[in-house]
Design a protein. Structure first.
Length: 117
């Protein structure tokens, strides 16, 4: 399964995303974030970084997510982590994924490992 992860400007939430990428077995990983998130890296793990403008209005952000993700998702559903980001960013990303269309399985890293919710 592919993992889609959002990185907000709050770097304190990046460790959840980092751990999920490290501990999960993903066919492909796509990380979305603003220009500051370009510095995100995980030793020994490859992922595709897609830069987005998280300051955009909700509909514009949804459109940007949708345009930049279209054609990059191989399966019919993705694992999605929204441990980083805010409500506007989450709504835009979820709406974009559903509009592509692709199914969503929310995922998180817990003390028990990677879980699907």
């Amino acid at each position: 399964m592919e993992l889609i992860a959002l990185l907000s400007s709050n770097k304190e939430t990046w460790s959840q995303v980092s751990g999920l990428i490290k501990k999960g077995e993903w066919e492909n990983t796509i990380v979305l974030g603003n220009a500051d998130a370009k510095t995100f890296s995980i030793e020994g793990k490859n992922f595709e970084f897609i830069q987005v403008d998280l300051t955009k209005k909700l509909r514009d952000l949804k459109t940007e997510f949708q345009e930049k993700l279209k054609g990059k998702i191989n399966g019919t559903e993705v694992a999605l982590t929204i441990a980083s980001g805010n409500g506007k960013e989450h709504m835009a990303l979820i709406s974009a994924l559903l509009s592509i269309p692709t199914g969503i399985r929310f995922t998180a890293l817990t003390k028990d490992g990677v879980v699907f919710l």
